[in-house]
Design a protein around this ligand. Structure first.
Ligand SMILES: Cc1ncc(COP(=O)(O)O)c(C=O)c1O
Length: 464
């Protein structure tokens, strides 16, 4: 293989030499490194206070092995393993918390079933299932919902990819090259991990663990930037090292529910870097004020969207990526043919009409009111919520509920015994078992949860 045809290899080699010269060590042996200010590693045998700044250096978290969680022990992972050496179970997701008879506060899907009109749309695709999927209408729907800003083609650091152009034409010979339908947002992480060869990929944590898992599975050495609970998990772009050539951040972020201002996210974009912004929950924020899909240029930027949560179709796998045509072309080059099914494409098309987007906004406004009740109720029961939550879930500081001599995660376990499944957080880099994530539900469910927490407190003599 000659470098002439693979400029990214030359870039990678140059950066690696730079890295070697700078640090005087060979390439990292560990598969995960952490960047950020040095500080004392935190102790995980002691409950933490929300107000205490959490270490920015990656602690070797050992999430508690419990019946409903996956065990976290054993030898260091091999290269290409999805699991990090700090032993976080990056494959643990909220659905693993569910159980017979438990109220689901662990999974962030808004509704139990898709609305009837959407179910009808999906059912109507049965007649077309003999044919291979045709993404044209879905691509057009995405392009209409999120028009791409002026893109100085040719000025971009990513070289044009032969697969960058898509045959789909819009108007007078204007190909739609900035949109890629995917089998849920999750597929995009794998495509990204396979499409690029970053020397210094950075994942901003705490966040959804799939991006790191996918990067690791593709053999990349992942570097973590940990945001600080004492600062409400807000983004400080200066924490991301200049040499990061691929950066992944969620907005609003799962599990912190923090909505980062778009100018801070934009500050992460720069020539020579791919910036991946996971906006899977952006449609749960009324008006989407901080989306990067506001018509501005997306040079080097990939924005991921999910339709599974708001519309109750997680089992169908529907999502898409909008971004820099050159980068989208690379993803397309990695995507298996017909990856997004005909029913999923129909969901994309149907949920991006102006009417459907209006319905999503109404649902988001209603959810905001429900969230306020939940946050207020939890706070009055000694359970502060991190930051200023803007997503359909809240991150709760339950460290005060921990007891010396008992395994961490006491409140979560107690709630489980009383019929409520909440999301453990010790599988998220940057968090530990003293945090729990709770989905925002209707007022009746929230009241039932708060009554239960109150009853637990009373039975324990009003501690904490
Ligand atoms: C932040 C975030 N991004 C992406 C996804 C994946 O979504 P999808 O169902 O569209 O694959 C999830 C799923 O939980 C998520 O929490």
């Amino acid at each position: 293989m000659h470098w002439a045809g693979h400029p990214e290899l030359a870039d990678r080699f140059a950066a690696a030499v730079h890295d070697f010269a700078e640090r005087g060590v060979s390439w990292p042996a560990a598969a995960v490194a952490v960047v950020g200010p040095e500080s004392e590693p935190q102790s995980h045998s002691e409950p933490q206070s929300h107000s205490k700044p959490q270490s920015q250096s990656e602690p070797e978290l050992q999430p508690q092995s419990e019946p409903e969680g996956r065990p976290e022990s054993g030898p260091a992972p091999e290269s290409g393993s999805r699991r990090g050496p700090s032993n976080h179970d990056l494959d643990h997701h909220g659905d693993a918390e569910l159980g017979e008879g438990l109220v689901d506060l662990a999974v962030n899907v808004r509704v139990r079933n898709p609305p009837e009109w959407l179910a009808d749309t999906i059912a109507a695709t049965i007649d077309r299932l003999a044919a291979y999927p045709d993404p044209a209408a879905a691509i057009r729907a995405v392009a209409d919902a999120h028009p791409l800003g002026a893109h100085p083609l040719g000025a971009h650091p990513l070289e044009a990819h032969p697969l960058g152009a898509h045959p789909l034409e819009r108007g007078a010979g204007d190909p739609i090259t900035h949109v890629l339908p995917t089998a849920g947002a999750a597929e995009a992480f794998t495509l990204i991990a396979r499409a690029f060869t970053p020397v210094y990929p950075v994942v901003v944590h705490p966040q959804f663990t799939e991006p790191e898992a996918a990067l690791r599975a593709a053999g990349h050495t992942v570097h973590r930037v940990l945001l600080d609970p004492a600062d409400g998990f807000r983004l400080d772009p200066a924490l991301v090292p200049d040499r990061a050539d691929l950066v992944v951040i969620g907005n609003p972020t799962n599990p912190t529910s923090v909505l980062h201002p778009r100018q801070l996210i934009r500050a992460l974009a720069r020539p020579g870097r791919v910036l991946v912004v996971d906006e899977a929950f952006m449609d749960a924020v009324p008006g989407e004020p901080e989306t990067l899909l506001d018509g501005s240029p997306l040079d080097g930027v990939l924005v991921l969207r999910s339709l599974t949560k708001t519309w109750g179709v997680a089992g169908l796998r529907a999502g898409y990526v909008v971004g820099d045509p050159a980068a989208i072309g690379r993803l397309r080059g990695q995507q298996p043919p017909w990856s997004t099914s005909t029913p999923a494409l129909a969901v994309i098309e149907a949920t991006l009409t102006p009417k459907a987007r209006e319905l999503a906004t109404e649902a988001a406004v209603e959810l905001g009111g429900w969230r306020r009740e939940l946050v207020h109720g939890l706070g009055s029961l000694g359970l502060p919520v991190a930051g200023e939550p803007r997503g359909p879930f809240v991150l709760v500081d339950a460290h005060a509920w921990e007891r010396a001599g008992e395994p961490p995660g006491r409140l979560r376990r107690t709630l489980r015994q009383r019929g409520f499944a909440v999301r453990r957080c010790d599988t998220f880099p940057g968090l530990d078992a003293g945090w729990i994530r709770i989905a925002v539900r209707d007022p009746e469910t929230t009241r039932a949860l708060l009554d239960t927490v109150r009853a637990i407190r009373t039975s324990e003599g009003d501690r904490p």
